[in-house]
Write a protein that binds this ligand. Structure first.
Ligand SMILES: *[C@@H]1O[C@H](CO)[C@@H](O)[C@H](O)[C@H]1NC(C)=O
Ligand SMILES: *[C@@H]1O[C@H](CO)[C@@H](O)[C@H](O)[C@H]1NC(C)=O
Ligand SMILES: *[C@@H]1O[C@H](CO)[C@@H](O)[C@H](O)[C@H]1NC(C)=O
Ligand SMILES: *[C@@H]1O[C@H](CO)[C@@H](O)[C@H](O)[C@H]1NC(C)=O
Ligand SMILES: *[C@@H]1O[C@H](CO)[C@@H](O)[C@H](O)[C@H]1NC(C)=O
Ligand SMILES: *[C@@H]1O[C@H](CO)[C@@H](O)[C@H](O)[C@H]1NC(C)=O
Ligand SMILES: *[C@@H]1O[C@H](CO)[C@@H](O)[C@H](O)[C@H]1NC(C)=O
Ligand SMILES: *[C@@H]1O[C@H](CO)[C@@H](O)[C@H](O)[C@H]1NC(C)=O
Ligand SMILES: *[C@@H]1O[C@H](CO)[C@@H](O)[C@H](O)[C@H]1NC(C)=O
Ligand SMILES: *[C@@H]1O[C@H](CO)[C@@H](O)[C@H](O)[C@H]1NC(C)=O
Ligand SMILES: [Zn+2]
Length: 318
């Protein structure tokens, strides 16, 4: 895992040896790998072999560079990667989830229209510059549309009721880090604050625990797809009563510092992932913590986040 410690916060370095720069890759501990496989069968197909995923992402990126405006009926080499991308995010109704053609088909058009609505783009149904710019951004790996349901702009049903995955009546939840990650105190403080902000707007309380086994929310930095692509995923497992947060150990994570191009603000992504763990889907409001693209610091809730979380938990009477 790599964390960038920037000049601007050298002053907090004195608190402890907050930051470290371990450039080793952390691969999936087997148990977590299985968990990801269950919860994200589609993603796992790629990330179980991170080489394959990087390969896909690099192909997508080079396609996006060579690309020109494309529309229904066009054929263009590499377009299949855009289909793959949209499929991973729930926009395509594919059954095989692979072997896409380079043809601009009707289902691709309708997926692009939905995508454009969700990201407040002009709805052209074409693969235009502004649309590919959004596609090329690093983002949350959680699909925007899950089983035909979205909380974004596109008007697909947004009515799924949230069912808490933890045991009924439980209000105090624990979270733990994968010990293999050896996270620094600085990172621990950052997670504590992120959980506390959600705690402040719900009636839930979170405490860190040392044991991964038995904790309610499990957190791990794992190898995904190199820099860019998916920065992380989060999900819940109803049968085992656990929430999980996986972050891409190869992103250039920024811990309370200034973002440079390509960096990702860790605390903001953690806030976003905890939002998923608490049952929130993605938002089309760009200022929202739950907007799928989180790169720069965004740790304050937008009204949209508050409205959603209060719909689930009621207004916090802490
Ligand atoms: C996806 O495909 C299934 C099976 O072919 C169909 O029942 C469903 O309506 C389709 N959903 C969308 C959004 O096209
Ligand atoms: C995709 O194509 C490859 C090579 O043509 C083939 O081996 C594989 O079975 C196909 N996969 C699916 C899911 O159709
Ligand atoms: C894709 O487009 C090419 C060129 O226009 C065409 O020859 C081919 O039949 C198309 N494939 C499919 C599956 O529609
Ligand atoms: C949509 O198109 C209009 C007219 O071309 C333009 O003024 C506007 O900036 C576009 N909006 C976005 C979000 O691209
Ligand atoms: C692309 O975005 C720019 C800047 O927001 C806007 O001026 C332009 O109209 C947009 N183009 C399309 C086709 O939406
Ligand atoms: C989506 O549908 C599949 C198959 O019906 C089901 O196993 C899965 O739990 C559903 N996921 C969600 C988040 O509802
Ligand atoms: C769900 O969609 C309806 C209209 O389809 C809208 O009135 C409502 O505000 C949406 N709810 C959320 C939580 O987005
Ligand atoms: C964990 O990190 C600490 C502080 O950076 C270091 O001293 C220790 O050796 C590391 N342990 C492992 C198992 O990597
Ligand atoms: C949570 O709320 C308390 C009391 O209002 C406040 O002191 C604390 O700073 C808040 N925590 C965060 C992380 O914002
Ligand atoms: C986790 O804990 C449960 C009971 O608390 C135990 O049965 C299980 O073997 C433990 N798993 C691991 C991997 O330690
Ligand atoms: Zn997300």
């Amino acid at each position: 895992m790599r964390l960038r410690a920037l000049r601007s916060f050298v002053f907090i370095l004195t608190l402890s040896s907050l930051f470290f720069d371990v450039s080793v890759s952390i691969s999936f501990p087997p148990a977590l790998g299985q968990q990801i496989a269950r919860q994200f069968p589609l993603w796992f197909r790629f990330i179980k072999s991170s080489k394959l995923f990087s390969w896909f992402w690099n192909k997508l990126k080079s396609f996006l560079i060579t690309f020109k405006d494309l529309k229904l009926g066009d054929t263009f080499q590499g377009l299949s990667n855009v289909k793959q991308y949209l499929d991973l995010l729930g926009y395509l109704n594919s059954t095989s989830h692979s072997n896409f053609t380079d043809n601009f088909t009707l289902d691709l058009q309708s997926a692009i229209i939905t995508f454009q609505k969700n990201f407040n783009l002009n709805v052209t149904g074409k693969l235009d510059r502004n649309t590919t710019k959004v596609i090329s951004e690093p983002r949350c790996g959680v699909p925007d549309i899950v089983n035909g349901t979205t909380t974004m702009n596109s008007g697909v049903s947004n009515t799924t009721a949230f069912n808490p995955w933890w045991k009924e009546g439980k209000r105090e939840l624990t979270y733990a880090f994968d010990p293999e990650n050896n996270v620094s105190d600085g990172v621990r403080f950052l997670f504590r604050d992120a959980f506390e902000r959600w705690s402040n707007v719900t009636a839930l309380k979170f405490t860190e625990t040392a044991l991964l086994n038995g904790s309610d929310v499990k957190i791990a930095f794992v190898v995904f797809d190199g820099r860019g692509g998916a920065v992380g995923v989060a999900d819940t497992d109803y049968s085992e009563h656990v929430g999980s947060v996986y972050l891409d150990s190869e992103e250039e994570w920024v811990v309370r510092g200034e973002n440079e191009d390509g960096d990702v603000d860790l605390e903001s992504v953690v806030m976003h992932m905890v939002g998923h763990v608490l049952g929130l889907g993605h938002s089309s409001v760009e200022e929202a913590v739950m907007y799928p693209i989180v790169l720069e610091e965004k740790i304050d809730f937008a009204l949209d986040d508050l409205r959603r979380i209060h719909q689930i938990y009621g207004v916090n009477s802490k």
